[in-house]
Design a protein around this ligand. Structure first.
Ligand code: MSP
Length: 575
């Protein structure tokens, strides 16, 4: 059933014909390959929501993937084995409709959109170890396996429903969905009366369990207020079952129900199950599937999702699906809920274009991550999206905020520090760091601030507050700049009697810069590598945060050439 094709890509055959495995599509350019190696015990397992492939990626998608990528890189730097999974949600009505509109098959449409996501992650250095594509036959097999089990156990049943159906949201509505005046709100689009036979999952059999689980496991969701909201929503949802199918007569682009070929499964069992299927759940061919081992990954340590998809999808349906399929309580996943990037207070999305009356001057389209990266680079975008929002909260995107972050923090503080350090070191020391004895309170202050960074970062990252980690690093770089201003090596260097003092100052700032590069590497991997390149320093293999000590650059170390790092973006005059 499985084989290897002539070009080295894995080919998978199961039921729906032959297709290459999802991760074979990961970009090869600069791709280090999965860092994950099985059989080493439980890995720290991070996943993201899978993005709909009915349109181009936008800034909200980019944020989530960059956040999860940074978490994964940070955990590795802290010494953990990590597996990071991300990918795409490729089935469903919206994709089918978009493909029809474009006049192509869903397969062709999805491939084209999927490749745009992959190219973006490649550009932004988002580097998952595993790649989800829900068209992948290995996924379909697990979905059908779960559905068949639940059907055999009587947990899935068929019934006819007559009621009000939202065409936009693709669901039947309840009376409580009506507005106070009895109308259906605009979010539902066209609402029409319909009668349809479908399959239902007995969600209501498990809501009491979920309630009990949430009450006894208050740390399932972060931030805690989201868990409180979820608990209230569970109480409200008691007695309601979940529709899990669509007749093929109106939706063909999905996974067929294994027990009724006239239907495909709809959204929930197709999409939510990816976190398990791509983690090796019920993998029938573990020797050849190329998937990780379930025992090595599960339970998931952080499902990184936006606040709009916690209730009911990830907070109610997903834990109940796992529970119904026999996953024990002690193996329920943990969920990290992030907020939204808004524009003028409204959620950025593909469907709604918000006019930016701040007059877009430099960045062509604030919703398009590529357009932002064109101006401030991949790391400029990563930095903005991580520094300008508290994990869990919302933030507003604007060209001004992006350029202030870039021009001030990155160009004026970080880039300037590196540049002036390397230039002075070349001028006064011929670029070589030597042993020195000169010291002062200012020197000690800088050393203390720098060596405190890893401990502080570990504290912030307990709740994934990456913006605080970044703020500490930029504060450190600001302090290093002040240290140079106050100690004034450019004045001291005029008298040869100050040679030791000058060398000591240079040594301090160069060493600080080496630490900053390591601390920045999860959020800004390209920048970290470029700083290290200019310092002519290769961090020891396997360096972890705990290994960072003052004195990473040895006596006699020769610094590299200064190169401008963050060329300033000139803000055009309005009008
Ligand atoms: N495919 C579903 C999730 C599958 S599981 C049932 C989906 N896809 S999505 O493309 O609409 O959203 C993917 C992720 O991007 C979600 O976690 C969502 O919260 C996040 N974001 C989409 N827009 C966002 C912002 N404007 N800001 C931050 N993240 C938001 O939902």
């Amino acid at each position: 059933m499985w084989g290897v094709d002539g070009e080295g890509g894995r080919r998978v055959q199961w039921g729906w014909g032959t297709t290459s495995a999802a991760e074979d599509r990961l970009p090869l350019k600069g791709w280090a390959g999965p860092s994950w190696v099985g059989g080493m015990g439980k890995q720290f397992y991070i996943t993201t929501a899978i993005d709909y492939t009915n349109g181009a990626p936008h800034i909200g998608h980019a944020y989530e993937k960059i956040l999860a990528d940074t978490m994964a890189r940070f955990k590795r730097l802290a010494g953990s084995e990590v597996y990071f999974l991300s990918g795409l949600d490729q089935h469903g009505q919206k994709v089918q409709l978009s493909a029809e509109k474009a006049g192509v098959t869903p397969e062709v449409f999805v491939r084209e959109v999927s490749d745009r996501f992959i190219a973006l992650w490649d550009r932004l250095n988002v580097r998952p170890d595993g790649w989800v594509e829900t068209m992948d036959v290995r996924h379909k097999r697990v979905v059908q396996d779960m559905l068949q089990q639940l059907f055999d156990e009587g947990q899935i049943y068929k019934k006819s429903l007559r009621g009000w159906y939202s065409v936009r949201q693709e669901q039947f509505l309840n009376e409580k969905d009506r507005e106070a005046d009895g109308s259906w709100g605009g979010q539902w689009g066209l609402v029409e009366e319909r009668e349809e036979e479908n399959y239902y999952f007995r969600l209501s059999d498990h809501t009491a369990w979920l309630r009990g689980y949430l009450e006894t496991h208050p740390d399932m969701i972060y931030p805690a207020n989201r868990q409180t909201q979820l608990l209230n929503a569970v109480k409200d949802s008691e007695g309601v079952d979940l529709c899990i199918s669509r007749p093929k007569s109106r939706l063909t682009w999905g996974i067929p129900l294994p027990f009724d070929d006239d239907y495909v499964t709809f959204v929930w069992f197709d999409a939510l199950t990816n976190y398990a299927s791509f983690a090796g759940f019920r993998d029938r061919e573990p020797e050849v599937s190329g998937l990780p081992r379930w025992e090595d990954l599960w339970p998931c340590d952080a499902h990184v999702i936006g606040k709009d998809i916690l209730i009911p999808a990830h907070g109610i349906y997903w834990p109940i699906m796992l529970h119904a399929c026999g996953v024990p309580d002690e193996q329920m996943p943990k969920i990290l809920v992030h907020g939204w990037w808004n524009m003028k207070g409204k959620k950025v999305s593909k469907s709604e274009k918000i006019e930016d009356d701040a007059v877009v001057k430099v960045i062509a389209d604030l919703v398009d991550p590529n357009a932002i990266a064109d101006v401030v680079g991949a790391d400029g975008l990563r930095y903005f999206l991580l520094a300008d929002i508290a994990t869990g909260g919302d933030s507003d995107i604007s060209e001004e905020r992006i350029l202030v972050r870039y021009n001030k923090d990155l160009a004026d503080i970080l880039g300037n520090l590196l540049n002036r350090t390397l230039n002075m070191a070349r001028k006064y020391l011929g670029g070589t760091l030597v042993a020195t004895v000169h010291d002062s309170e200012l020197h000690a202050g800088l050393r203390e601030a720098v060596v405190a960074l890893p401990g502080k970062a570990l504290g912030h990252m307990k709740t994934w507050q990456i913006h605080q980690v970044l703020a500490d690093i930029i504060d450190g770089a600001r302090l290093a700049n002040e240290f140079v201003d106050k100690t004034a090596p450019f004045k001291l260097a005029k008298d040869p009697a100050n040679a030791d003092a000058v060398a000591s100052i240079m040594r301090h700032v160069a060493e600080a810069m080496a630490h900053f590069s390591v601390m920045l590497s999860p959020a800004m991997p390209e920048t970290a590598a470029r700083i290290q390149g200019q310092l002519n320093w290769v961090p020891p293999v396997g360096l972890t945060l705990g290994d960072l000590r003052w004195g990473m650059l040895p006596d006699g170390h020769v610094l590299g050439e200064p190169q401008p790092m963050f060329p300033k973006v000139q803000v055009a005059a309005a009008g």
